[in-house]
Ligand binder design. Structure first.
Ligand code: AHR
Length: 504
């Protein structure tokens, strides 16, 4: 068996594990809203049509912030269509997903849902087909207390108090030629800067996110960020990043190393933002909002779209995630935590049905996909200060990312409880012996060791008929001796190891 070593010391601090790293995303796409979080008439739905089974799973997942209403959808969306009496709302063509949008669910319903789910709302404005004025109108409707046409309209619609939305995305993936209203970096930078400046006049307490690249493979990547930030740096608080990893080609060695790519992506966006800061003499460091990330069998999307005409809420990209996908998702979360000093917000895309940890059947049950579990456990235990771990690890070769380490780790120290949690991924197809040196935190004993192991059944998925096939399993809890212990990480696995003060 190969071996790896890890040294944990509270002196190697990266920064606080911000709760906003555990965000998710609800887009008007496929069955994320309709048949996902909202389904009037469903046996668990409340009087407003909110599915209680999905609300419960959302809380269990530990989601902190939810981005809404898109995604590509937002670039053709008129937010006011989704307000007021439902019977008066227009049916529209949604060009992003070739779908008929009924607008039965809109801003006010989302805010009600977010309050019930106990999540912070994160709104995106349309800078595709619309511009500064409509962004201002939406902000006035949402955040202004009252006494103006739009804030009073919100009150008339039943929301007496302002929603107080703090996080606002200035458009979505505006670098992408697929985006309705796609722009060059200069065109987008100008409109984003003007929208940002004016939005902060209405509500200076908001935080704004400029669009970064849709992914690291975009031909304009990095020059897009540089140009956009030249226009916007002084007005915005975050630059966004999006990435999806597609396992469709069956190259397991590479998909397991996806986090290496995400790590490089973050480092490069930070370098680009810091370049603009240096050039423009800004002292404030910009953070990243990694507001779309996941595993996605993306190559199947086009066939889904080509196959049909204009319909309401079609089943779209309802990927069944495997045990290997769960390991990859766990590793992407490790990467986000490792960059907690520069990634301030993150949102897994999406929450329900559409490449999602929660799946539902219309009129039927809701269940947890394999990727639900690493998210829920990380959100639950990554509390406190993120620690740098720098493991010593064997390496292996991948087609996509070259030579990469077999082991990936991060640790989080909760100063209040004294607990230490280590998250670890073994990308190898054999077990790995991990020696952990905890002498920097004297007097620790093991609390638990849970693992999702994909080695023996990599393609296993959770289905309506078998919803718990891929779940975390308890492994023997390690007992540190003289501040050291060794554990066996299963082949192709994501693990969470918890330690706490021995005398607690
Ligand atoms: O999450 C699915 C889509 O992926 C989003 O609408 C878009 O922003 C991204 O390309």
């Amino acid at each position: 068996m190969r071996t790896a070593q890890l040294t944990i010391d509270p002196a190697f601090s990266i920064g606080p594990a911000d709760r906003r790293l555990f965000g998710s995303f609800v887009e008007h796409m496929g069955r994320c809203v309709y048949g996902g979080i909202y389904e009037p008439g469903h046996p668990t739905a409340d009087s407003r049509g909110l599915r209680r089974d999905v609300l419960n799973l959302t809380r269990e997942l530990g989601v902190s912030v939810v981005r809404y209403p898109g995604g590509n959808f937002v670039s053709g969306y008129r937010w006011e269509d989704g307000t007021g009496p439902v019977g008066n709302r227009p049916r529209r063509l949604d060009l992003a997903w070739k779908t008929i949008e009924t607008n039965a669910f809109g801003l006010d319903e989302f805010m009600t849902w977010a309050a019930e789910a106990d999540v912070e709302p994160m709104m995106a404005v349309n800078l595709g087909t619309r511009g500064v004025q409509e962004a201002l109108d939406l902000l006035e409707y949402a955040n202004h207390p009252g006494g103006t046409e739009l804030s009073d309209l919100r009150r008339k619609h039943g929301a007496e108090d302002p929603y107080g939305v703090r996080l606002w995305c200035l458009g979505n993936e505006m670098d992408g030629p697929w985006q309705v209203g796609h722009k060059t970096a200069d065109e987008y930078g100008r409109v984003a800067a003007e929208a940002a400046r004016a939005m902060k006049m209405i509500d200076p307490s908001i935080s704004l996110i400029a669009c970064g690249s849709s992914n690291r493979r975009m031909p304009t990547f990095a020059s897009w960020e540089a140009t956009v930030l030249e226009h916007t740096y002084e007005h915005v608080d975050y630059i966004s990043a999006h990435t999806y990893y597609d396992p469709s080609d069956g190259d397991q060695a590479s998909i397991l190393a996806s986090a290496v790519d995400m790590d490089n992506f973050i480092t490069e966006v930070v370098a680009t933002a810091d370049h603009v800061a240096a050039k423009q003499r800004h002292k404030r460091k910009l953070k990243i909002s990694f507001d779309e990330w996941n595993v996605w069998y993306e190559s199947r999307l086009q066939a889904d779209l080509d196959r049909r005409g204009w319909v309401e809420a079609p089943a779209l990209i309802e990927d069944d995630f495997t045990a290997v996908d769960a390991v990859v998702v766990g590793d992407l979360l490790i990467t986000l935590l490792r960059h907690a000093d520069r990634v301030g917000v993150a949102a897994q895309a999406q929450l329900a049905n559409v490449i999602a940890p929660i799946r539902t059947r219309n009129g039927g049950p809701a269940w947890r996909q394999s990727i639900f579990h690493p998210f829920a456990l990380t959100a639950r235990y990554a509390r406190g200060t993120v620690l740098r771990t720098d493991p010593v690890s064997p390496r292996y070769d991948t087609k996509k990312y070259g030579d990469v380490p077999v082991l990936d780790t991060v640790a989080v120290h909760n100063e209040e409880t004294g607990e230490l949690t280590v998250f670890a991924v073994n990308r190898d197809s054999t077990d790995l012996s991990l020696e952990i040196d905890l002498r920097g935190l004297p007097g620790m004993s093991g609390l638990s060791f849970q693992s999702i192991a994909a080695g023996s059944d990599p393609t296993a998925t959770n289905t309506e008929a078998d919803p718990d096939r891929v779940t975390p399993r308890d492994l023997p809890t390690p007992t540190p001796d003289g501040g050291r212990c060794a554990v066996r990480l299963p082949a192709v696995s994501w693990s969470v190891l918890r330690f706490g003060p021995a005398n607690a």
